[in-house]
Design a protein around this ligand. Structure first.
Ligand code: BGC
Length: 374
């Protein structure tokens, strides 16, 4: 603990119980517990409340940290970079010891992270890497390239591409150009699928195929917006599928895009059944799992946010207690300034038959959130 914080802690100890309670509430609550670390404040900065996963991530991590006795400040930033920066600055001003950040724009945080470093705050990048700054200490995430690879392999195997089947009409989508993960997702899928474009087994009637991996942002959907993905899919359907041509498969990097893409297909007259395209996804959001039950999405790559939260809570504990921090990858995630020590977790493909055994039985989704499964 920094010495001025010790002073604050000593002063706080002299205050009445009422004012201590008020202080904890302001910080987002402190359920008590380990008295040795309860004067450590952990800032949790999530990108938005508008996507299911970040609500789950934020609330779950907060409760794990509170169970360990930390005070927490959990903030969501409406997908606005300026808002995330000012929330982070406030956490630093409030004396945070550690910041856990899921960045909106992985390249926009350098100045505020400089002020974190100046204040001696340790920074953990959560799920998304923070780029172009030396002031990010650790990174915890799922294996992002593997997520995309799993989507690509699912398409390859479902269409029997290795047996020479095709040609199939495919539409490609990628994630938000400002999210470092999005490149990894596309790279993973492209590593599997590119050869089938070369062989002519996959063709994209809209022509939305990046000339090289580096140009993946051309098919990126800003802010991972469902609405933008829907609009883009509608444009492609209206412009390139007018002569009876049909879509066989859509590479969607995540569930929020898959929702919009499915909506556009339904509006264009596609319905569940044999002619419904294969659509990929990621996150196991409830609405998408429902779509899987209804035959409107073929798979999702599940990243159990509870394991990421548990890992990050352990890392925070290790940081605060001056212990060696667990990492299992010290090569892959170069942020342009340095390789950030990373803990990588393995994601998992889920198809309809696995919803009960994996998502419901593990408590990730409650049975009453879904209908028509059995
Ligand atoms: C996350 C995905 C998520 C996407 C949109 C990515 O950085 O890794 O799980 O679907 O952001 O929120």
């Amino acid at each position: 603990m920094k010495s001025w914080k010790k002073l604050v802690a000593v002063a706080a100890a002299g205050l009445s119980i009422i004012s201590l309670g008020a202080c904890a509430a302001e910080r987002g609550g402190n359920s008590g517990g380990d008295s040795t670390s309860s004067d450590n404040l952990i800032g949790i900065s999530m990108p938005t409340r508008s996507l299911e996963r970040w609500n789950n991530d934020g609330e779950h991590l907060e409760s794990l940290l509170q169970d360990k006795g930390f005070a927490t400040s959990l903030q969501f930033a409406d997908n606005r970079v300026d808002q995330q920066i000012s929330q982070l600055q406030n956490m630093i001003n409030d004396g945070a010891d550690v910041l856990v950040i899921a960045a909106i724009d992985g390249t926009a945080l350098s100045p505020v992270l400089q002020s974190a470093a100046d204040a001696g705050v340790t920074v953990v990048a959560y799920d998304r890497l923070i780029n172009r700054t030396p002031n990010v200490d650790y990174y915890a995430t799922f294996d992002n390239e593997l997520v995309g690879q799993m989507q690509g392999e699912f398409i390859r195997d479902s269409l029997n591409l290795d047996e020479g089947a095709g040609p199939f009409n495919i539409e490609l989508f990628a994630g938000s150009p400002d999210d470092n993960n999005a490149r990894f997702f596309f790279a993973g899928a492209w590593g599997v699928l590119e050869q089938y474009f070369t062989s002519g087994q996959l063709v994209s009637p809209s022509g939305n195929v990046p000339a090289s991996l580096d140009q993946w942002t051309q098919i990126g959907i800003q802010g991972w917006s469902s609405q933008t993905a829907q609009d883009e899919m509608e444009t492609r359907l209206n412009s390139f599928y007018t002569d009876g041509k049909t879509v066989d498969v859509v590479l969607s990097p995540n569930d929020s895009l898959a929702i919009g893409i499915a909506q556009a297909l339904q509006s264009a007259g596609y319905s569940a059944g044999d002619s419904w395209p294969i659509i990929t996804g990621q996150d196991a959001d409830v609405a998408n799992v429902q779509n899987m039950i209804d035959g409107l999405q073929a798979m999702t790559v599940w990243k159990d946010t509870r394991s990421l939260g548990a890992q990050v809570a352990t890392m925070v504990d290790q940081i605060v207690n001056g212990q060696t921090v667990d990492v299992n990858d010290t090569e892959t995630y170069n942020n342009g300034v340095k390789v950030v020590p990373t803990f990588l977790i393995t994601p998992q493909v889920i198809v309809r038959d696995e919803i009960q055994g994996q998502l419901i039985d593990s408590g990730f989704i409650q049975a009453n959130q879904l209908h028509g499964l059995n």
